[in-house]
Structure formats: structure tokens, C-alpha cells
Design a protein around this ligand. Structure first.
Ligand code: SF4
Length: 475
């Protein structure tokens, strides 16, 4: 039977289609046929068409429900280049329909109990609760603005499970003393410096210690990536603890790709108990990017925005996603990834605004090699008043060789302009030329408005960072 494979398997296991009452079978078949043809419906049972410009987002290989990933392009989906990015299409149509604001609401993770079931029946049930046909007539006869409001609140009620109270509003952290050195630095004066380390492919802590000790005392914090490119490495949590034990403040990166909603909450309680204070929430690279045999491709229980929302509620409202109370809340400083090179500056600005509304207190951008594009991204963020509410760290790194520069252009969310590659090609020492271009870029970026710091992402070339910090005059 076609349709939403995991749900079907789950549904088949739990309440096989054949055992459902006839009316439900008919509605489910009707819905699959009609909505499948019209909207590419995958029968997730948690219908969002009302919110996503009547394009079904479940076509997204990452199952994203809150906007495009950092690899989105106007041309195609980075996971499956044979098709367009469904979220790019949603934003494009929403803009034409004047419904971009509808995309600001932080939407819940899937209610898996509903997958494979009929949203039509759900709708009917809610209509009945509101008075059935009379309610529809009342709604239709209302004034346009009032009608829109009734319509939207009616659908809000349907899609908002009682364990989720998503909205499109900012949720700044309540007044508090900085919980980490990074938070203190980002809310203070002066440029902040952070670095990124790719965890070792071994269980030997010395491999990690050798990489991180040169950063001690010259950066505010060191990030540890979470199985980047969907390739297993020493866990970000273990690296963060080892760094802490060696007097280096860590940023624990958490990719939603490998977490369920239980796993995320448990891991962050544990991290906070270990003294890890800085958390960067990401969605994560698709397993298809990793070495075979690839992991499950279709279980995306959360995205980065939902992760931020859940962790902020744990910290500020002292409750788990299932609404149980948390006695000792995790005092964490929350961050998210910024994607200056993905889709369009407007779409990314809306996405970053949603991350900040959900709980991000700092934004760490992907690598910047194209200053013009980065400035357009900054302007879009400023127009939406995002930069005024968040600490912005700009991702920077030199490139070792011309081949590496071409390879980086294939990485989702990274864009190395031709002029940059041509300058390397024209040089007798391309690597040194790239270091010089990086120093020039730092000089320009540190003068831009709202830039709070530089994030060195020289993964596998961490040794160049101390020289860059010294020669750029940052320290
Ligand atoms: S590019 Fe990203 S957001 Fe767009 S469809 Fe692909 S995985 Fe989904």
C-alpha cells in the first residue's frame, strides 16, 4: 500500500487499515486520493497545508515542518537533486499569496499516533464540536478579517496538540546572570572568538586533547560537531566533557537527525549536570551524505527549531515536552546555525527569526567566502529585527588547496565564489593566498554592524587558527 512508509508500517502494526471502521476507511482512501493528487499528501495525519501555502512539506527528505534546511537552494533539494526543495516552493508560493507571516508559527513535531489517519475526519470532528454546518455558515457569513481569524484559530486548534503551544512570537530568556563564559562575552563588549573542532575518529582522548589545547586562552569556546556529514565520530558530548576537564569551554552541537524528543531532553539534562552550558541546535546532515550502509532515512522526529523550543521550555518554564515538571532546570545558553548562502536572504532571514523566536540566543553562520552575499543576508536579518535580538558569530576558514575549494562548493550551504578560486589558482602558493584572503575577510567582517564575533571553522586544519587570530589582531 503506497503512502507514508513509517506511519503505514506503524499503523499497520498497531491498527491495521483493514481493522478500521468503514467510514474511516472511506475517508482515508478519499483523502489519500484527493490530497495525494492535489498536494502530494503523504498522509502524516498532522496536516499543515493551511500553514504551508497548500503545498505538503512532508515531501522534504528531512521531514522538516518549520522551513528549509541550510542546504536548500532555489534550484533543487540538496538531498535529492532530482527534485526542487519543497520548502523553497512553499515560501515562493506563500510570498505570492501574501501569507509569509503564516510560516512564522513554530509547528509541533509529528504526533505519530495520528500518522496514516485521516485529517479530514479530524476536521469533521472539530467542526462537529464547534456546531457543525451552522459553524461553517457562521464563519462564511462573517466579515473577511473576522472570517480569516476564525478560520486560522479553528485550524490552530486542530494542529496544536495539548502538549504544544507553538506560536509566532519572540520568547526571550527571562532576566538572568550569564550561565557561561560564551554568554557573558556575547552579551558584553568586544569581539568574541570561537572555534570548531571535528571530533576524532578514534576512542583515544589524546587525539582530541592535542587538537583543542592550542585554543586554550585564545578563544571563548570550542564547538564539537555532532557526526558531521552523517559520518560517525567521537560524540560531541564526550568531546565537550573532555574539553571542560582541560579548562576549555565547550559548545555541544546537537543534530536533531539522531535524536528523538526523549533522547534530546535526556541528553541536555545530562549535559547540564556535567557542567556543559552552551548548546547549538542543528537539524543535521542527511544520512545520504554519510558512508554506506546509510542509517534510516525517514525518521526525523525533530528539527532544529523544535529542539530549541523544547529546550527553552525546559529551561524557562521548568517542564518537559510531556508537561511534567523539572525540579532543577538545565541552565543552558542556546544557539542555532545561520545559513547565509542557502535559498534566498529573505527566506533564510525568516528561518533565522523563527529560530530566535523559538529560543536561540546566538546564531553561528555557515562558512562565509562571498562577502556581497553575506551583506545581503545581514540586511534581510536587520530588516526583520533579528540581529537586534541575538549574538551573531560569523563562520570563517581558509582553504588548503584549489581542489578543496571546488570540493567545498559541493557542500550544502557553502558557496566559494569563482573570484576566490581564481585568485588561488593564479597564486604560486594557493594555500597562503587563501590565508591572506581570510585575513582580509576578517578585517571587513569585524566592521559590519551587529557582528559579535568570528567562528573559526577550520575543521581538519585547526592548527592554522592561532596564527589567524594573532595576525588578524583579534587577540
Ligand atoms: S533542501 Fe532541505 S528543506 Fe529542501 S526539500 Fe531538501 S532536505 Fe528538505
Amino acid at each position: 500500500m503506497p503512502g507514508f512508509t513509517p506511519a503505514r508500517r506503524w499503523q499497520a502494526a498497531y491498527r491495521p487499515f483493514k481493522n478500521r471502521p468503514l467510514p474511516e476507511k472511506i475517508f482515508t482512501w478519499l483523502e489519500r486520493t484527493i490530497k495525494g493528487a492535489l498536494f502530494g499528501c503523504r498522509m502524516c495525519g498532522n496536516c499543515l497545508l493551511q500553514e504551508t501555502a497548500f503545498i505538503c512539506p512532508m515531501e522534504c527528505p528531512k521531514g522538516l515542518r518549520n522551513g528549509p534546511c541550510g542546504g536548500s537552494t532555489p534550484e533543487h533539494c540538496y538531498v535529492d537533486p532530482t527534485r526542487p526543495c519543497i520548502w523553497y516552493k512553499i515560501y515562493e508560493r506563500a510570498e505570492k499569496m501574501g501569507r509569509l507571516d503564516r510560516l512564522m508559527e513554530v509547528l509541533p513535531p509529528l504526533d505519530w499516533d495520528k500518522t496514516g489517519t485521516s485529517a479530514f475526519l479530524d476536521l469533521m470532528g472539530h467542526l462537529k464540536k464547534h456546531g457543525g454546518a451552522k459553524a461553517v455558515l457562521r464563519g462564511l457569513s462573517a466579515l473577511p478579517e473576522e472570517r480569516r481569524h476564525k478560520w486560522d484559530s479553528f485550524f490552530l486548534e486542530i494542529r496544536q496538540p495539548d502538549w504544544w503551544n507553538g506560536d509566532a512570537l519572540p520568547h526571550p530568556a527571562p532576566p538572568h546572570d550569564p550561565g557561561s563564559h560564551l554568554e557573558e562575552a556575547l552579551t558584553g563588549e568586544g569581539l568574541v572568538i570561537t572555534a570548531e573542532v571535528s571530533p576524532p575518529l578514534t576512542a583515544n582522548p589524546d587525539d582530541l586533547i592535542k587538537k583543542i589545547m592550542p585554543f586554550k586562552g585564545i578563544v571563548e569556546a570550542v564547538n564539537f560537531t555532532d557526526n558531521p556529514s552523517a559520518t560517525p565520530r567521537m560524540s560531541s558530548l564526550a568531546c565537550s566533557l573532555i574539553a571542560l576537564q582541560h579548562g576549555i569551554e565547550p559548545v555541544l552541537q546537537i543534530a536533531a537527525r539522531d535524536r528523538t524528543r526523549m533522547g534530546l531532553q535526556g541528553e541536555v539534562l545530562g549535559a547540564a549536570a556535567l557542567g556543559i552550558r552552551n548548546i547549538l541546535c542543528l537539524t543535521g546532515d542527511h544520512p545520504r551524505l554519510g558512508p554506506p550502509p546509510n542509517g534510516r532515512m525517514d525518521i526525523w522526529d525533530l528539527d532544529a527549531i523544535q529542539s530549541l523550543w523544547i529546550l527553552r521550555q525546559m529551561r524557562d518554564e521548568g517542564r518537559f515536552l510531556d508537561c511534567r515538571e523539572i525540579k532543577c532546570v538545565p541552565r543552558v545558553f542556546l544557539g542555532a546555525a545561520g545559513s547565509p548562502n542557502s535559498s534566498t536572504p529573505l527566506i533564510q532571514a525568516i528561518r533565522e527569526e523563527k529560530k530566535v523566536n523559538a529560543g536561540a540566543q546566538f546564531l553561528q553562520t555557515n562558512l562565509v567566502f562571498d562577502l556581497e552575499r553575506f551583506e545581503a543576508y545581514l540586511e534581510a536579518l536587520e530588516r526583520r529585527e533579528v540581529l537586534q535580538r541575538v549574538g551573531l558569530l560569523v563562520g570563517i576558514s581558509p582553504i588548503r588547496s584549489v581542489n578543496a575549494a571546488h570540493f567545498m562548493n559541493a557542500i550544502p550551504g557553502v558557496r566559494v565564489p569563482d573570484s576566490y578560486i581564481q585568485r588561488m589558482e593564479a597564486s604560486s602558493d594557493p594555500r597562503e593566498e587563501s590565508v591572506q584572503m581570510t585575513l582580509e575577510m576578517i578585517e571587513k567582517i569585524k566592521k559590519l554592524p551587529y557582528v559579535r564575533g568570528i567562528h573559526f571553522m577550520s575543521v581538519t586544519w585547526e592548527s592554522i587558527v592561532p596564527r589567524l587570530i594573532k595576525e588578524s589582531g583579534l587577540r
